[in-house]
Design a protein around this ligand. Structure first.
Ligand SMILES: [Zn+2]
Length: 311
């Protein structure tokens, strides 16, 4: 059992993150987090650095502009005593609200290489609000890695009001120019308060690099299935179990007015092996004559249609 941790951040720093994420709704973007740690090991974010002009944005990776990071790091350390406490990046519309297996491997390698005791990783997701073009919602999650644990903790946010005093100072001095986004209020986070007792999370998540969805191909298969399910059904969400298995849940409106709750679980050796389908917590079933080599969504959809035709 592990206690959930708290990340402290100023409200307007979240506005910055949301603004940067909205600039790249279909690609990863990201940056770095500067601040310090409290007695109990809670990260306090004082300044969020966005992508530099030389950063690279891909659909499944983001590479920060090294010079931009080094220059900002020097100013924030020398003038404000801040440390580089973490990184953030967007999983745009992929629907994966946690670090990927690859993200965890990168952080754990960095902890070892630089001998850091802990590191904060924030993951943003962006969704368009149904029916409203260019109206976005950006969700930001925080995840804490420690050098003595092969897993991360998920945290909640303490949102401090207004602007970070570091940002107002930096702005006034006109330092760190060219990194500004248009701030956006379209964000949501899992909020907590300083007073609230820490919540207890479930079992720790083991990190593995042999996950089918950590490869580029696996990610694009998963994104394709998720997008199409989201288009066809309602309330589609993606989750990761403690064993790092991925599953999707969604709802299907029946003609008689009932709503069926579906769950599609992907086995470790997906797509070679069929996903498991559950409806309303009844006995799970597999997709008949599953083939790993073609249109995965179509096969799942056909299976769901067969289920309704048999009823
Ligand atoms: Zn990632």
């Amino acid at each position: 059992m592990q206690t959930q941790f708290k990340t402290l951040i100023y409200e307007e720093e979240l506005d910055r993150i949301a603004g940067w994420v909205e600039e790249y709704p279909d690609l990863e973007t990201g940056g770095d987090l500067f601040g310090f740690w409290t007695h109990s090991g809670a990260p306090v974010v004082q300044y969020v650095l966005g992508p530099g002009s030389g950063s690279r944005h891909n659909s499944a990776s983001f590479y920060q502009d090294r010079d931009h990071l080094i220059k900002a790091g020097e100013i924030l350390r020398n003038k404000h005593g801040l440390q580089h406490i973490g990184e953030w990046h967007s999983h745009h519309q992929m629907g994966l609200a946690e670090p990927s297996g690859g993200d965890s491997n990168t952080v754990i390698r960095a902890l070892q290489r630089y001998n850091f005791p802990r590191f904060l990783l924030c993951i943003a997701n962006i969704r368009s609000i149904a029916g409203i073009i260019k109206k976005w919602n950006v969700n930001v999650g925080c995840f804490l890695y420690s050098s003595h644990q092969a897993n991360y903790q998920a945290g909640a946010w303490v949102v401090l009001p207004g602007e970070s005093p570091i940002r107002s100072n930096v702005k006034w001095r006109n330092e760190l120019r060219g990194t500004n986004s248009r701030p956006s209020k379209n964000w949501t986070v899992d909020k907590t308060t300083l007073e609230e007792e820490p919540l207890v999370t479930t079992e720790p998540i083991e990190v593995s690099d042999k996950l089918w969805y950590s490869s580029q191909q696996g990610q694009s298969i998963l994104k394709d299935i998720f997008d199409k399910i989201q288009r066809k059904f309602q309330q589609c969400e993606m989750f990761q179990t403690n064993e790092q298995r991925i599953y999707l849940t969604f709802e299907s409106q029946c003609k008689d007015g009932y709503v069926d709750r579906w769950r599609v679980e992907f086995p470790e050796n997906f797509p070679e092996i069929s996903p498991q389908l559950h409806v309303n917590n009844e006995n799970p079933f597999m997709v008949k004559d599953w083939s790993g080599n073609y249109n995965h969504f179509q096969q799942i959809e056909n299976c769901i249609d067969r289920h309704y035709n048999q009823r």
